[in-house]
Design a protein around this ligand. Structure first.
Ligand SMILES: Nc1ncnc2c1ncn2[C@@H]1O[C@H](COP(=O)(O)OP(=O)(O)OP(=O)(O)O)[C@@H](O)[C@H]1O
Ligand SMILES: [Mg+2]
Length: 261
């Protein structure tokens, strides 16, 4: 959340990843990635294709199990030291996921359910509760993302931008502390993408903590508090957009941004 004040006090850390390692087979994808995210921040993660951005994001809510590393999200900590993934770990991961919403490039809505039922069902599945979100709360979330009028329609009858906004409303229905997005707009044309980005800006203004993997440098530059540059299994550098886009320290960041901007 950009306050514009030179004297703004940093909010508490709400997500802390420490020394996260992940390999697939013999290939090391994440080689000790650490990141601190403060409450209300909007963090953009950028970097070349295949550098591990999605893997890192998925590790943050244990859709992918890190081999090693410690992750704390909204007060829930999971510490991996390379041992087997046990039932108790899965229980903790489930607890952690109730605080962390996730939005994917391909929306992943249930096609056989209306938009409203998609929003109503999410908390029942994730939180295993019967009526976490009432109909009027779900409708309020759909209104918030501009979909009140299409609540009764099925996802495939909507535009990509509408589907993605429905996916955001569905994630919000869990009342998360943190939202993760993996290239939320890369399947969308620019005008429709803007509707989705506007929802993210609105959430930012309301104080939501958001981490977005994106190739959209314009959004990253204008909307983020922090841009994180990943390459070769590491976070190479991170900083405010003006610093990262104008005078990045590392040669790899300079080359990547030079090609993009
Ligand atoms: N489940 C998996 N099994 C094996 N290899 C995987 C798996 N998931 C990802 N990888 C590999 O890990 C590497 C990092 O993938 P990842 O999807 O995290 O990259 P990315 O930075 O998100 O790339 P992009 O910008 O193209 O989305 C790639 O080489 C990918 O092929
Ligand atoms: Mg990816």
């Amino acid at each position: 959340m950009q306050t514009g004040s030179a004297f703004s006090v940093k909010e508490p850390v709400v997500l802390h990843a420490q020394n996260v390692h992940k390999q697939f087979g013999e290939t090391i994808i994440l080689n000790g990635v650490s990141l601190e995210v403060h409450k209300g921040d909007l963090v953009s993660v950028i970097g070349p294709s295949g550098c591990g951005k999605s893997t890192f994001l998925r590790c943050l809510n244990f859709l992918e199990i890190p081999d090693r590393g410690r992750i704390t999200a909204a007060g829930v900590t999971i510490d991996r030291q390379g041992g087997p993934w046990r039932r108790a770990d899965e229980h903790m991961a489930h607890r952690l996921r109730t605080h962390v919403g996730m939005v994917f490039q391909s929306f992943n809505l249930f096609p056989h359910l209306t938009v409203l039922d998609n929003v109503l069902l999410a908390p029942r599945i994730v939180k295993r509760q019967t009526d976490t979100v009432k109909r009027d709360q779900a409708m309020a979330l759909l209104e918030k993302v501009g979909l009140g009028r299409v609540a009764g329609r099925y996802p495939l009858s909507l535009s990509g931008g509408q589907q993605q906004r429905a996916a955001i409303a569905r994630a919000l229905a869990m009342n998360p502390d943190i939202m993760l997005y993996d290239e939320p707009t890369s399947a969308l044309d620019p005008l429709v993408a803007e509707e989705v980005l506007n929802v993210m800006r609105q959430l930012d203004a309301e104080g939501m903590t958001q981490i977005v993997v994106t190739h959209d440098m314009r959004f990253a530059r204008v909307a983020s508090d922090t841009i994180v540059y990943m390459d070769g299994g590491h976070i190479i550098e991170a900083g405010p957009p003006d610093v990262m886009c104008v005078r990045p320290t590392d040669e790899r960041t300079r080359r990547f941004l030079g090609a993009l901007l």
